[in-house]
Design a protein around this ligand. Sequence first.
Ligand code: HEC
Length: 315
Amino acid sequence: MSWDRAVRRVGYALAAVVAAMAGQSESASSQEVRWGRSYFPNVVLQDQHGRSLRFYDDIIRGKVVSINFVYTTCTDICPLDTAQLRQVQQILGDRVGRDVHMYTISINPERDRPEDLRRFMRTYDIAPGWTFLTGARADIDLLQQRLGLRPVDERNLREHETSIVVGNEATGRWIKRSAYESPQLLADLLGRVLHNYGPPVTSTRETYAVAGEVTDRSRGFYLFRTRCRSCHTIGEGDRLGPDLRGVASARSHAWLSRWIREPDVMIAERDPTAMALLARYRNLPMPNLGLNEAEANQIIDYLRREDSAATSTQP
Ligand code: HEC
């Protein structure tokens, strides 16, 4: 077996352990030995200001961290990942940078220089305390493998793994979560579970809307909650994207359905409505989330139901 494959195997093995560990408590000491300095490479990365940071010593050692991988020109899942983590940061408030550390690492490091990371952070209106990193491709590949993530094929970045890894280096507890997870749950993992079950995390800035979560079991609501809500609210004001109250009657069904399925194509075609919106929202392109027509219709139905529920409860 080549060294690379051996490393990858260890990575996969860790991923399996990580997955099995969710919800269990682990003895800290045994983990420390396995996944400490000797397991995680101390490779040097650059942050958005061009400062050098060593992965083990400066980035994870003794810390509760979230780590995910994106590239700044990504138009599908990375924007959603970023928007979800932005919600997590808002829920955790000033704990981020203090006892919870958030890191996003580029998987297109030749292209993503520190200034590109800064531009991406401005586009996504990222608050201080969350660090973006770039470095050498070989080092970043190795980190992904050690974190139990599928290696990136640089000719096909779109296929990259979008999981978010959260962990506590001091206790050796590592958990892999999906980009579709609720930000509240991720915040709870980072702020409470990984801190050896500290006090519950209560949002400092916004109460993450959970109303209707239990009663509405429609596919449309599920899709909205997992794919759209980190960027859009309905009747609560703008997030990264516009408030969607009334949009189902303001735009034609055909326009909406296509926009939900392939906003990237409509932007490339310079659709006038899309271009006007893009300019208003800091040039943050709404991502293509790979939804099909039936799913787009389910979401549109959900938006309509929300609108009529709001109208019927008005005095
Ligand atoms: C990463 C953030 C993000 C995600 C996730 C996202 N959007 Fe958007 N959306 C935007 C932005 C930003 C705009 C404004 C146009 C632009 O900049 O591309 C937008 C625009 C829209 C519009 C047009 C609003 C109008 O006034 O016409 C609709 C409709 C919409 N999004 C629906 C959705 C739906 C449905 C989902 C989930 C399937 C979704 N979006 C997921 C960011 C996002």
